[in-house]
Design a protein around this ligand. Structure first.
Ligand SMILES: Cc1cc2nc3c(=O)[nH]c(=O)nc-3n(C[C@H](O)[C@H](O)[C@H](O)COP(=O)(O)OP(=O)(O)OC[C@H]3O[C@@H](n4cnc5c(N)ncnc54)[C@H](O)[C@@H]3O)c2cc1C
Length: 303
């Protein structure tokens, strides 16, 4: 009998758990470890962040689904992986530590949102917003709707959306968000009250971190750069690419572009995606030594 342990219940962890449960016979055990009781459909946070979708609509309870499928669920953080002795140390909300043995381990813990990588970035200890988790998307929504109220009173507002680090990799989510903000303001009759600007580390507009994409329609092939330049021109969205945000302060970002030039852009509301790194789980060998830095880590990619 094999004991398979999966860390994380996002798209990767859930997919692995459900497929393994389907493929393996019942004498093998599948266990999912996740710190939160709910699954969040992260792509929908681009709607939560403008107040067009209720946060509850993006989530479901993990325990009943996993129980129904015959998958064991442990609600806890994985803190240490001991690959030599094949066990994981978990920590639950109340601080209780537990050892979970495994024969096979899948680490599907997604990205660590590295707000610390850019001074002043992020809603918790900084001045910008994020839509990378449900808690942040709700904060972004409230801050955005506050600016909407100001616009209703006739104020003009600067909105800055994009990446908050030279190595941030989730341009697609930010792009959806900026177009949602544009459409929301059009619907509200407030579009003329906002200057909307895209700031990004991409080499070209529409690169999206994947070298751009091509869309084919009626025999024509269009590159995402041409498409987005045309869309942004039509929607009155300003853009600046080849730019790394270096610092965020109240109402202002400092950036550096590919040419090494530095500058500042002011904002009333900013949603800037942080750099994504691997989650901070320690790897410990059989001698009790921390071998985390020996591991080859890949930066978490988005889309
Ligand atoms: C706003 C937004 C919109 C997006 N839209 C799209 C889209 O339209 N299409 C697309 O393809 N992609 C989209 N993406 C990217 C997509 O959401 C991610 O690629 C995907 O969520 C990654 O899945 P994952 O399971 O690897 O990680 P995650 O979804 O981050 O899941 C990781 C899980 O591991 C848990 N975890 C973390 N640390 C630990 C620990 N120490 N122990 C145990 N568990 C832990 C987390 O709580 C989480 O449940 C979007 C991303 C964002 C932010």
């Amino acid at each position: 009998m094999a004991n398979v342990v999966i860390l994380g219940a996002g798209f990767a962890g859930q997919t692995a758990a459900l497929y393994l449960r389907k493929k393996l016979t019942k004498d093998h055990q599948v266990t999912v470890i996740n710190p939160w009781p709910r699954f969040t459909y992260i792509p929908s946070l681009v709607w939560v962040g403008v107040g067009q979708m209720q946060p509850e609509k993006t989530m479901f309870e993990l325990a009943p689904i996993l129980k129904k499928k015959g998958i064991k669920f442990i609600q806890a953080w994985a803190r240490e992986i001991h690959p030599d002795e094949q066990y994981v140390v978990t920590e639950s909300k109340d601080g209780t530590k537990q050892t979970v043995n495994y024969d096979y381990l899948i680490n599907a813990t997604g990205p660590h949102l590295n707000f610390e990588g850019t001074e002043g970035l992020g809603p918790d200890n900084g001045y910008s917003h994020s839509i990378c988790n449900i808690h942040h998307a709700k904060m972004a929504r409230d801050a955005y709707l506050d600016k909407v109220e100001r616009m209703k009173k006739g104020e003009h507002v600067n909105i800055l959306i994009g990446t908050g680090h030279g190595q941030a990799t989730c341009q697609g989510a930010a792009l959806e968000y900026i177009t949602n903000i544009h459409s929301d303001l059009v619907k509200r009759g407030l579009r003329d009250k906002a200057k909307i600007m895209w700031i990004s580390n991409e080499p070209a507009l529409g690169d999206l971190g994947v070298g751009g994409i091509h869309a084919q329609k009626y025999g024509y092939v269009m590159k995402s750069e041409a498409f987005l330049k045309s869309l942004f021109a039509e929607q009155g969205i300003y853009f600046q690419v080849q730019t790394a945000v270096k610092k965020v302060e109240q109402g202002k970002v400092t950036w550096e572009n590919y040419e090494g030039e530095e500058g500042e852009t002011e904002f009333d509301f900013a949603m800037l995606i942080p750099q994504f790194l691997g989650t901070k789980i320690k790897y410990i060998n059989k001698n009790g030594e921390d071998i985390t830095s020996n591991l080859q880590t890949l930066e978490a990619l988005c889309w």
